[in-house]
Write a protein that binds this ligand. Sequence first.
Ligand SMILES: NC(=O)c1ccc[n+]([C@@H]2O[C@H](COP(=O)([O-])OP(=O)(O)OC[C@H]3O[C@@H](n4cnc5c(N)ncnc54)[C@H](O)[C@@H]3O)[C@@H](O)[C@H]2O)c1
Length: 250
Amino acid sequence: MINILLCGANGKMGNAVTRVAAQQDTVKIVAGYDINTQSDSFPVYDNLDNVSEKVDCIIDFSHPALFDSIIEYARTKKIPAVICTTGLSKEQVSKLEFYSKETPVFFSANMSIGVNLIMDLVCRASKILDGSFDIEIVEKHHNQKLDAPSGTALAIADAISDTVSFNPKYMFDRHSVRQKRDKAEIGIHAVRGGNIVGEHTVIFAGNDEVIEIKHSATSKEVFAVGAVRAAMFMYRKNAGLYNMTDLVKE
Ligand SMILES: NC(=O)c1ccc[n+]([C@@H]2O[C@H](COP(=O)([O-])OP(=O)(O)OC[C@H]3O[C@@H](n4cnc5c(N)ncnc54)[C@H](O)[C@@H]3O)[C@@H](O)[C@H]2O)c1
């Protein structure tokens, strides 16, 4: 049995992970970490120093404000951490990379297997088209999402940048400049509304033809399933930085 500490236990994703974990024989949520400590199923603490349960792996769907305490807890207790919170600062991502030298850390802005497949397809298309088509990324999320653009949209743009032969410039705010589109741009656009779970479309616009690669998540469960799978994957792993590509390969 893999004992999980669930950070952000009382959030929307925390609840989805609790539901998914309850259907699994190999994982058990033994404790939670959240400012809201109400729970019927396992103890939830608002301070990690109070966690007394034996923990084998951390799953974090919380808030960037909790990142430092969570990564420090993982490092000192030598517990693998699956970090799913988005909107981390550059400094936090660097810290995560640094700590992964001594602690197993899994980090993905999108825990859905399908999104990780479209990343692969987008990279293949970018390599073939290599600058001959304009690339725009449009992401849509619910009206409660704090960060924009989404971590996934940025991860898609970064993956394209690593693939193409030129050095793309990210354009987030097209209305702020009155000029023609630069060939080397990747436009990144965020739409917020209703309860859209998550939609990412990558548009490759050429002369007289347009290719769109799109992923839609219709429920938050897909991210929770990915996170629980990641926790199983990380159990007893050596120190290092892992992501969905590593999980899918295994
Ligand atoms: N990687 C992925 O695939 C993926 C998918 C969905 C959501 N997310 C990310 O996961 C995070 C959580 O998403 P959510 O929809 O569950 O959000 P949510 O707001 O519903 O839940 C966040 C939880 O964290 C707790 N929290 C927030 N700030 C806190 C603080 N300072 N101290 C203690 N507890 C605190 C809240 O009480 C809440 O229970 C977000 O960053 C979101 O973007 C990632």
